[in-house]
Design a protein around this ligand. Structure first.
Ligand code: FAD
Length: 407
């Protein structure tokens, strides 16, 4: 039995263990994960690790020896399949029982499967774990034509890397523009333009019909409108994740696209917390809506919140959301959440490849997407935090520092 069992040894789970020890927790901690490697950061998976430019060792969140030094029992290759909330007991895939005093559920999610025939053909890849990318990299070397399904951040980042590697890349997006769910139109159009200029064949408003195979291996994507077939050697699917909350749901936790948590990351089950990609929480930067956030920021900050509650000094979750994405020489940094915006202001000219899009709701600044504009990002955070109402002309003028608009 462990005083605290953390299920999921990823970004959030690792941070929970770190924060517990930093906060002086002296009880026993188990960090239980189903992957073979110690906790590592995922963002490089679709960026420099895919490009072969970053060794895996440099992605480890802490050196391997750290966990034993901090008396954290790291249990890798261990998948938890059941939770008994009344008995405070976990069951692993191998049938072992593991008791806990308090449980932190930090399992992230698994890639959403393609809802069309052919999704299980050889040559069809996802990008979520190191193993996924190792398998992809093995095949990229001998491939010429790569089809990417999904124009979200991961698909676009992979497209950028694969173009740099000299591959032919087609990217299919079901909606009318890439990044449609997370960014305003000006940002979407900017990225479409950049990718096309780099040679990516971007098709939007596309309905995927099937993946066609030969001898069990993908050879083409079939899509509409009309029926078009594009030959390819590899398909990469990046259409989002399904939060991994099955065992908690069966144990009786409130779940609905993730597990519901309160402001202290407590689930509806006694002594069970949930954090990171799998935790559905009310977010004040989304107007109090219940959302899941898939970001390093949210994983780290929710881990700190759960640790604080376990340490007996609870603080409510209210961190400002932030995120980044690297594509080619473009560094996007975002702060706040743009969902629910009713107006946008362009600050700077996209043609210069350095600009920001400011999102407003009822005149208040709620988010910024800053592209090669680190100063706007650094200074914009305070505006989002304050929900500032400012003169749109001043917001739009790159010569006016954002911080000068703060009262
Ligand atoms: P994860 O890091 O996914 O960790 C969950 C762990 O739990 C995994 O190891 C999983 O295998 C394990 N697990 C699942 N179920 C079980 C079980 N039943 N038993 C045991 N173990 C289990 N965020 C940014 O902010 N910026 C970026 O640029 C960015 N880029 C990204 C690029 C890629 C390719 C990906 C995949 C993600 C990216 N993210 C980025 C998102 C960020 O990495 C995630 O939000 C973050 O990793 C979430 O942390 P987590 O601990 O909730 O989940």
């Amino acid at each position: 039995r462990y005083d605290v069992a953390i299920v999921g040894a990823g970004q959030a789970g690792a941070q929970a263990a770190i924060s517990l020890r930093q906060g002086g927790f002296t009880g026993s901690i188990a960090l239980i994960g189903d992957e073979p490697a110690p906790p590592y950061e995922r963002p490089p998976l679709s960026k420099d690790y895919l490009a072969g430019e970053k060794p895996f060792e440099r992605m480890l969140l802490r050196p391997e020896a750290f966990w034993a030094e901090r008396n954290v029992t790291l249990r890798l290759n261990t998948r938890i399949t059941a939770v008994d909330a009344a008995k405070h007991e976990l069951t692993s895939a191998s049938g072992e029982s593991i008791g806990y005093g308090q449980l932190v559920w930090a399992t992230g999610g698994s890639p959403r499967a393609l809802p069309v025939p052919g999704g299980d053909l050889a040559g069809v890849h996802v990008i979520r774990t190191r193993a996924d990318v190792d398998a992809l990299r093995d095949e990229v070397a001998g491939a010429e034509r790569i089809a990417i399904i999904g124009g979200g951040y991961i698909g676009l980042e992979a497209a950028a890397v694969l173009r740099k590697l000299g591959k032919q890349v087609v990217l299919l997006e079901a909606l009318e523009r890439v990044l449609a769910r997370v960014a305003g139109k000006a940002v979407s159009l900017f990225y479409e333009h950049e990718h096309r200029a780099q040679g990516v064949d971007i098709r939007t408003g596309v309905r995927l019909v099937e993946l066609l195979g030969e001898n069990g291996r993908v050879r083409a994507v079939g899509f509409g409108p009309g029926v078009e077939e594009l030959p390819c050697d590899i398909v990469i699917v990046g259409i989002g994740i399904v939060p991994s909350v099955g065992p908690l749901a069966i144990a009786g936790a409130d779940t609905d696209n993730g597990v519901q948590v309160d402001e202290h990351c407590r689930t509806s089950l006694p002594d069970v917390f949930a954090i990171g990609d799998c935790a559905r929480h009310a977010n004040s930067y989304a107007g109090g809506d219940r959302i899941r956030l898939e970001s390093v920021q949210n994983a780290v900050d929710q881990a700190k919140v759960a640790a604080a509650a376990i340490l007996g000094a609870p603080v409510a979750y209210k961190a400002v959301p932030w995120f980044w994405s690297n594509q080619y020489d473009l560094r996007l940094q975002t702060v706040g959440l743009s969902t629910g915006h009713d107006a946008t202001i362009s600050r700077g000219d996209p043609a210069t490849r350095s600009f920001s899009l400011i999102y407003l709701q009822g005149g208040r600044v709620i988010a910024l997407d800053c592209i090669n504009a680190a100063r706007d990002y650094a200074q914009g955070r305070a505006l989002v935090d304050a929900g500032l109402v400012a003169d749109p002309k001043l917001l739009a003028d790159p010569a006016v520092p954002l911080k000068s608009l703060m009262p």
